[in-house]
Design a protein. Structure first.
Length: 532
């Protein structure tokens, strides 16, 4: 605990002022009360403050925020300086970290002025609002969920009387069916139902009200302005009060016209599955190209806003735009690459590649990511021998970056990632193996079986780890298109090793390719001639 030297005049002024301000009622109050000198050292605290830290009050006098909560100290000190500079009180919401977790304090800070109006101390009266903040956040989250379900859901949520009269409906009704919401309230739903479907819909509502059925699923057509009919699928459920009396019907419906048309198209296009797959790849490619142009523009303008040095909360909003935009751009790029891999038009540029140098470059690229993840990455000790391979340099780099980023993301703080290069024997011909080993949680046999399925994240969608589930599928496709393969070996609790095998550099193609036996015989002959 630090005890700095206080200016004598300031110290005497504070010591003389404290007894007059800090009466026994404040000492016994539940509020967290403190008094600091202009240099940020505590001159007096009440028992509630001492209880917060779990210390005696005498052990706090002379210390500063840096002694108790160093992470929060710069922000707290900044609030103190604003109070001293402006010479008036202000409210602050301050977060401090204790042994049992973060605490949120709502603090009223004000300067203590001497007779000449010079600040001699900063007084603070704070309330611990941690639980209130958590409860407020939980309530706000629930309200957002409810608002999303009712207001932003593609489904139309409608409450009706049992005779079909509309009591209220969500805004989606207007968006989906084209009828103004206010104009429909008080009208009967059957007025906009296709005449050929009215009898069936009436019977469905009657079964809820009379036969005692709790729910019913209906499909019928609704009239849209402009002489257009849309087919909707509605799930209706009877609402009852605590004594079982009918209170109306809640109906959740959506436009299934496109789905019905799609089902019809699929029934007639089953014999064209391969063409549909190619169309999907072309669609993904075109959409990815079309999305990247406006997305890059959005990211560019967001970066310009970031350079303007916006004040909070604007700066935080820009950071969120950039973060979400980068994630979306990554997803678009992966979708585009996945479409290319599945397409015969994928362009590869194989060349003689120094695999060791490539590996060193990849390790260097992931250095910042490894530092943020607190994971150590190590490669082959120098000097790395020159090992050549015949592959597309850019695509091999892409695969290795994906394997390394996965090894970092799914590792743990303090973990290790090791990369290496081998020349294992292979019946299919000489190969070069680049491998990545991590100390992560490892994979089960079931997870390994699903590892290369696009968009399957093995149940980690809500684990807080960014990803799309496309990278490994894309990497395997690239490896195979280069004449190689991608493999994995893993055990739960031990870690995982991923590798890519790529062809080693081969001699130039000759006019009359030799068989393995012919080549062995020729090599032996050349050896004998050289010895002679």
């Amino acid at each position: 605990m630090s005890n700095g030297t206080t200016q004598p005049a300031t110290a005497r002024a504070i010591d003389a002022l404290a007894p007059a301000l800090l009466v026994p009622m404040i000492e016994a109050a539940a509020a967290i009360v403190s008094l600091k000198d202009p240099f940020g050292r505590y001159r007096w605290v009440n028992q509630a403050f001492a209880d917060l830290l779990g210390l005696e009050t005498t052990a706090i006098i002379g210390s500063s925020d840096f002694d108790h909560w160093p992470d929060a100290a710069p922000a707290l000190r900044g609030n103190d300086q604003r109070v001293l500079t402006r010479r008036r009180g202000a409210h602050f919401e301050e977060i401090v970290h204790l042994a049992d977790g973060p605490r949120t304090l709502l603090a009223q800070k004000f300067p203590v002025l001497d007779a000449e109006g010079v600040p001699t101390a900063i007084a603070s009266v704070a309330t611990d609002i941690t639980e209130l903040t958590r409860a407020t956040a939980t309530l706000a989250a629930r309200e957002r969920v409810l608002s999303s379900v009712i207001g932003a859901s593609p489904d139309v949520i409608t409450i009706l009387e049992t005779d079909g009269t509309l009591r209220t409906t969500s805004i989606a009704f207007e968006r989906v069916f084209g009828h103004p919401t206010r104009a429909l309230v008080g009208r009967c739903l059957f007025d906009i139902v296709h005449p050929g479907d009215v009898t069936e819909v009436r019977a469905g509502f009657a079964s809820l009200a009379e036969a005692g059925e709790q729910r019913s699923t209906l499909r019928f057509r609704i009239h849209r302005p402009g002489d257009e009919w849309v087919t909707i699928e509605a799930h209706a459920q009877l609402m009852v009060d605590e004594v079982g009396r009918d209170e109306g019907v809640v109906m959740v419906s959506r436009d299934v016209s496109d789905r019905i048309a799609l089902e019809a198209e699929l029934r007639t296009a089953r014999d064209e599955a391969e063409r549909a797959s190619q169309a999907k790849s072309e669609f993904l490619s075109r959409v990815s190209h079309e999305l990247r142009t406006p997305l890059n523009a959005m990211l560019g303008f967001a970066q310009l806003l970031e350079l303007d040095g916006l004040e909070p909360p604007g700066a935080e909003y820009v950071d969120q735009i950039l973060s979400a935009g980068d994630h979306l751009l990554q997803l678009i790029n992966e979708l585009l690459d996945l479409a290319r891999v599945e397409s015969p038009q994928l362009s590869l540029h194989p060349e003689s590649v120094d695999a060791g140098a490539l590996l060193a470059d990849v390790v260097s690229l992931v250095g910042p990511l490894a530092a943020r993840a607190d994971v150590e990455v190590s490669g082959p000790p120098p000097p790395v021998p020159t090992v050549t391979a015949w592959a597309d340099r850019q695509r091999v780099t892409q695969v290795m970056l994906n394997l390394l980023s996965n090894a970092l993301k799914y590792n743990h703080p303090g973990g290790r990632v090791t990369v290496g290069i081998d020349r294992p024997p292979d019946d299919a011909g000489p190969i070069v193996r680049l491998w990545v080993h991590d100390t992560g949680p490892g994979l089960t046999e079931d997870q390994i079986g699903r590892l290369f399925v696009p968009f399957d994240r093995l149940g980690l969608d809500h684990a807080g780890i960014e990803g799309t589930g496309v990278g490994l599928s894309l990497s395997r496709g690239l490896a195979e298109r280069m004449g190689g393969r991608l493999g994995v070996r893993s055990s739960p609790g031990v870690g995982s090793t991923f590798w890519i095998d790529i062809p080693a550099e081969r001699p130039a193609v000759v006019d009359h390719p030799e068989t393995g036996a012919d080549l062995d015989e020729r090599v032996a002959t050349v050896t004998e001639e050289s010895a002679a």
